[in-house]
Design a protein around this ligand. Structure first.
Ligand SMILES: [Mg+2]
Length: 213
């Protein structure tokens, strides 16, 4: 097996909670008393454009939440959106360890809108871990587009056989696998350590493995 030189990481559902997925939307809509049905219909129409970086967060909110007058502000709603983002410290520790070894180039390969992506990069200290951010909002593509994985490989200048992709969604991993990228379906930080070791990435074993549980 070719040695792994590049590790691509999803962010939402791996290194942190999802940014603006169904559960985050439900919580924030409830908080502001916005009817979900109407919102979701509008969200469906624009979220692809939004996540590909062709629409600002304010424009997105104008099209979804503020298509009618509301008794709260864009800023209040945005603060609630951002507050939904929570880190996964154990998974972040694995990413930090892989990156600190200097044996691998680490990049994100994630679907996120620009403002939320930036918030999460800063909030979770991702610039200290990752060299490149292949984020949908910067590259104008979304997973599972095969083209996005190809771009990731081109940017890092590694062949597919020397790369692995970590994602919590099996559907996103299908096209990466088609290209010959090693795939890791994220379940937990402990399991991730095992999965990385299985593809030859040097990382400490999970504590449960050390303790023999
Ligand atoms: Mg994800």
């Amino acid at each position: 097996m070719a040695e792994i030189r590049a590790v691509f990481w999803d962010i939402g559902g791996v290194l942190a909670s999802n940014g603006w997925d169904r559960e985050q939307r439900r919580a924030v809509l409830q908080q502001f008393g916005v009817p979900a049905d109407e919102f979701e219909e509008r969200h469906e129409l624009v979220f692809g454009t939004f996540e590909r970086g062709h629409m600002t967060l304010d424009e997105y909110l104008d099209r979804t939440v503020f298509s009618r007058s509301q008794n709260f502000s864009h800023e209040q709603f945005k603060a609630a959106m951002f507050a939904q983002s929570k880190p996964n410290p154990e998974a972040l520790a694995v990413a930090r360890e892989v990156s600190a070894s200097k044996k691998y180039i680490c990049a994100t390969l994630n679907n996120e809108s620009r403002e939320l992506n930036l918030y999460r990069i800063e909030q979770f200290g991702l610039k200290e871990i990752f060299t490149v951010f292949v984020s949908s909002c910067y590259v104008g593509m979304r997973k599972p587009d095969e083209a996005m994985f190809r771009l990731g490989l081109d940017l890092l200048q590694v062949p597919a056989a020397e790369a692995c992709m970590i994602d919590d969604r099996a559907l996103n991993l299908e096209s990466a696998k088609q290209l010959g990228i090693h795939i890791i379906e994220f379940k937990s930080a402990d399991r991730l350590r095992e999965q990385l070791r299985e593809v030859g990435v040097e990382v400490r074993p999970a504590m449960s493995a050390v303790n023999g549980d």
